[in-house]
Design a protein around this ligand. Structure first.
Ligand SMILES: Cc1cc2nc3c(=O)[nH]c(=O)nc-3n(C[C@H](O)[C@H](O)[C@H](O)COP(=O)(O)O)c2cc1C
Length: 195
């Protein structure tokens, strides 16, 4: 059943979902770059843009390196995605005097860019599925991510496939998720005593 909202919103927010079933469709490099281009235009604190994206498309040499970096529970379905993108962000920012200081917002900024990526993908008929279930140490080493960057997620991107293509166990999870009601999420004036 299609998801519904408490208040009227654009369908894009309801129809975007994180599937585990993907078709065999490949994603052209130019198309993947369009999705990452949208992510590049996300807002960030002081426009620092701490994010970096490290990508591979299925069927390439890099793909063979990327797949083992997913934890097994994710690898068993994400191996059918058309692309994988690791999202990392700089944990330090350069201040106006040229010295570095810890960035208080890099993870927040990485979250916003991820949202832009997901929505641009959806608008162009691609599904995204973010995964925190990754081997971060392995990714740091295999993808040459400097210590000054935090590794957040990998996102699987592909055309959504039929739930029937999944194993019984995964098929049972291929259902639209719901959300906590808005009146338990947004509060006028103050945080409630009993949240
Ligand atoms: C930061 C983050 C990490 C996630 N990690 C995983 C993961 O490792 N494996 C997985 O199957 N789904 C993962 N998800 C997907 C969420 O479970 C999913 O977005 C959530 O249940 C809401 O469903 P929806 O995206 O279909 O609306 C992750 C999502 C986010 C944003």
């Amino acid at each position: 059943m299609p998801r519904s909202s408490d208040h009227p919103i654009d369908r894009i927010f309801l129809d975007r979902q994180s599937p585990r079933s993907f078709t065999d469709d490949e994603i052209p490099e130019a198309e993947l770059l369009t999705l990452l281009e949208a992510a590049r235009w996300a807002p960030s604190s002081s426009n620092i843009q701490p994010w970096r994206f490290i990508w591979a498309r299925r069927g390439t040499e890099q793909w063979k390196q990327f797949l083992p970096l997913l934890l097994p529970g994710n690898r068993r379905w994400a191996d059918r995605a058309a692309a994988l993108v690791f999202i990392v962000s700089a944990t330090e920012r350069v201040k106006s005097d040229g010295t570095s200081a810890p960035s208080a917002t890099h993870a927040y900024d990485a979250g916003i860019t991820s949202g832009f990526l997901a929505l641009q993908a959806h608008m162009r008929g691609w599904s995204t599925h973010f995964m925190a279930g990754i081997d971060k140490d392995g990714a740091r080493s295999a993808l040459h991510v400097p210590d000054s960057f935090a590794i957040h997620t990998a996102v699987a991107i592909g055309r959504r496939g039929p739930a029937e293509a999944l194993s019984e166990e995964l098929r049972a999870r291929e259902v639209p998720s719901d959300r906590r009601p808005l009146d338990e999420t947004a509060f006028e004036g103050r945080f409630p005593a009993d949240p």
